[in-house]
Design a protein around this ligand. Structure first.
Ligand code: FRU
Length: 436
């Protein structure tokens, strides 16, 4: 069975991000390019490296404040553990845990680091990687935290969850619980590649939401097209509408990213997120790119916007594009079919003057986009990728706003570093009456 037919089912057919779509990617278009960040950017907390970040939200995707506090979760690593150096920053994945921050105002300058969320030892594997934090529906203070439980040896990557309570007073925010971690699902080798098929397989970053069309709970996640690595045939479906005489570029077959989806089968009202039905990918990037990370969704104007982050280094064949956030839109709900936004899929990329300045962009339902600063070239530097002169980030970039206009997106505003906005409050008064 080749990979493409295995991604098809009675429920839906995976949409494709094709080689022709990727040919339309243009770096430095002002409507799809992050602003160049000031070399003198501020750091939220210089004791930790901060990268992938997600805000406390409800199951519908709205960012919420809790008792008036903005709350964000992030992958962090203690700089004292990694070393406060270029090498330390690049080793952070091996020290990663989920930390949290809180702020009264949502102003970037105002965040306080609150420490670790998951009880030490509760995650049975080596590291905690990305996910999301969702206020349990009809509860006063229950938070379900979804994350990726990653193991070093043997190599494992398992979307998982843990539950706790959020508490707050006039001085700050803290947590209780998060002391039991449970696996959600594993790469099955049928809908998504597993490690046997692809030693570089990706299977992580659960994003949980309630689908407005059928009211069911789903998880999006990063996966790969099933099949042996490099063993894919790139044909006209993967090429798309390319000019005549375009041939399949060498190496294209190593790109096999997939935006995964699974449907919850267990009872969320009891806090049981352990049973899921694996479904075929929403979008595959066979022949184009090997990683579509942190997929997330925004519902607006009856359209479904699917966003994912990807790297310059994971494009394959002749395809190329900047580090940034890419996206697809469906007029028919979550299962598509999807069309690449802006024709190419590129929504916000790094400028060529600072090609690795930001990453891990997350688009909220109002179009505000958060990301972290990775490496920022010294102004005027001959080589923007020279570690001797670039400045390491490990903190949040300026928030930007994009407008979603059908199949197009536009960068329209630049806000402060680490600035956030909320679309809802928690507890809602009715939920507070029934508080658990
Ligand atoms: C994106 C990402 C995620 C992963 C995490 C690990 O920046 O690669 O896919 O969960 O970072 O640091």
């Amino acid at each position: 069975m080749n990979a493409v037919s295995s991604t098809q089912s009675a429920t839906h057919t995976s949409s494709r991000w094709t080689i022709a779509d990727a040919m339309k990617i243009h770096t430095d278009d002002p409507t799809t390019t992050m602003p160049v960040i000031d070399y003198a950017f501020p750091v939220i907390d210089s004791d930790v490296w901060q990268w992938d970040t997600w805000l406390l939200r409800d199951i519908h995707g709205k960012t919420v404040t809790f008792k008036g506090w903005y709350v964000m979760f992030a992958l962090v690593a203690d700089r004292s553990a990694t070393g406060d150096t270029v090498e330390g920053w690049h080793s952070r994945n091996n020290y990663s845990y989920i930390g949290y921050y809180y702020s009264r105002t949502g102003n970037g300058a105002d965040w306080k680091f609150g420490g670790r969320v998951i009880k030490e030892g509760a995650n049975s594997r080596s590291w905690e990687w990305s996910g999301c934090a969702v206020m349990r529906e009809n509860s006063g203070s229950t938070v379900d935290l979804f994350y990726t439980s990653v193991n070093d040896t043997p190599s494992e990557s398992v979307p998982s969850y843990t539950t706790g309570r959020i508490l707050a007073d006039a001085n700050g925010v803290w947590f209780e619980g998060f002391d039991v971690c449970t696996d959600m699902f594993q790469a099955d080798g049928v809908n998504y590649a597993n490690i046997v098929e692809d030693q570089y397989w990706d299977f992580r970053d659960p994003h949980i939401f309630r689908n407005p069309d059928d009211n069911q709970i789903y998880a999006l996640f990063e996966g790969n097209v099933p099949g042996m690595r490099g063993d894919f045939t790139i044909g006209s479906d993967e090429m798309g509408l390319v000019p005549p005489a375009t041939t399949v570029p060498a190496g294209a077959q190593y790109g096999a990213a997939a935006i995964g989806i699974a449907r919850l089968k267990s009872d969320s009202t009891k806090g049981d997120f352990s049973q899921w039905e694996m479904l075929p990918a929403l979008v595959t990037a066979l022949g184009v790119n090997d990683q579509t990370e942190r997929p997330h969704v925004v519902f607006q104007d009856g359209l479904t916007y699917l966003f994912t982050i990807s790297h310059h280094s994971t494009f394959t064949g002749n395809s190329t594009g900047p580090d940034g956030v890419y996206g697809f839109v469906s007029r028919n709900g979550i299962f598509g079919p999807y069309t690449p936004l802006n024709g190419s899929g590129l929504v916000l990329g790094n400028p060529s003057a600072a090609p690795y300045e930001t990453y891990s962009h997350f688009v909220d339902p109002a179009g505000y986009v958060q990301s972290f600063i990775d490496t920022l070239p010294q102004p005027g530097s001959a080589d923007p990728q020279d570690p001797a002169t670039y400045r390491i980030g490990g903190t949040l970039a300026p928030t930007v706003k994009i407008v979603l206009d059908g199949e197009r997106t536009f960068l329209t505003e630049v806000h402060a570093y680490g600035q956030v906005y909320a679309q809802g409050v928690w507890p809602t008064s009715s939920a507070w009456d029934k508080r658990s």
